[in-house]
Design a protein around this ligand. Sequence first.
Ligand SMILES: Cc1ncc(COP(=O)(O)O)c(C=O)c1O
Length: 426
Amino acid sequence: MSTTSMHPATSASQNQPDNQAQSPALPYARRHDQLVGSVIDASTTVLAQYDHDIVKFGMGAPAPDMLPAADFARIAAQVFSPENFTYGETKGEPILIEALHDYLATTDQIPPEQQGNRDRLLITSGGMQGLDLGFKLFVTPGDLVACESPTYTNGSATAMSYEAEILEIPVDEEGMQIDALEEHTKRTGRAPKVIYTVPTFQNPAGVTMSLPRRERLLEVAHRHRSVIIEDNPYGMLRFEGQSLPALSDLSPNDPLIFGVRTFSKFVAPGLRVGWIDVDPEVRELAVNAKQTMDSCAPVPNQHLIARWLIEGGADSHVEVLRKAYRDRKIAMSEGLARLFPGEIRATDPDGGFFLWVTFEDESIDTEDLMTTALEEGVAYIPGPAFSPAGNFSNALRLCFASAAPDRIDDGLERLRRAVDRYRAER
Ligand SMILES: Cc1ncc(COP(=O)(O)O)c(C=O)c1O
């Protein structure tokens, strides 16, 4: 999808104060330059400024109708009690660790070799904190971190906040091109310290890394002793095709694999609860690191999720999600084919939340198009938001999970109008 590109972190923060030019420089830490913010997260604030109806294909969030809200209201009445509104253990509430372990074991989400070992699990404040812990533990300033291109830039931005040098490795329909990574290592004599990947239903491209690529990635990482951060928020949301083993299934109990998971995509993002699945020695250090951040993940929310898992709420809910997301993905793929024939290429994911759309016309700039799209009442995330180097100007990410099929049709028709207007007006 692009050529391999490497660049040190640059100082392009969207969150810099406007008056910086006039103010005397503050004595910031050197790393403040590399706090680049997130276009994805900032989109929530941008949308809040609009009063008219907008079909939201931007943020990767489940729609309100996809949340187990009635279960939550009932369970909250039991667990939102005074003893749960206090600090909890940093590693997580024991009831949640136990319930999570059992859920993962019964749904084949941890390899048999790792089952019974609760010391691998640490409950985090969402997947983002898992990424932060991973990069914090393994990145020394100047270390090379390889990521996919396009990538989930909240992940690469986290690596940059620890002053990593980012290497973008192109993605194709089989995921990260490991040969390109190896070529880069041979050419420069420099192997990545950390490889950051979303191998299953990748954010933003929706593609899944093939089995041969997974095996090759493990071989390369072992040879160079690179840590793999396997970020897997969407793996359980497969609605089509054959499931593939996670990297951690292919190489159980591997201390080089740092697994990052979250409840955000199959339960609710606002609860801010996730987990990491790591070597017990790494978990001990992660506990220390988490204690410098927030002491513990939200305790009432951990109890809410624990009870819901114990009741078996997740089993039926995940089935509902898979069916709904399949219908939504089909609606979006068919709508794109109908409304943009010959004009775009779109990925066709077997699960997860996202479609990646590339305009054949390379002069279409999806950052510029965004203004017109918002006026027409549709939001997406422009391609350059998924590349630390700002590639993919003629691409965009669409989240199909957040809207019902008829609303998806509406949104795509608005996008069609926006593209026509943008072409006519430029
Ligand atoms: C690939 C990936 N990793 C991590 C996260 C962050 O998850 P959370 O919202 O639980 O912090 C997301 C959320 O969009 C994601 O898509």
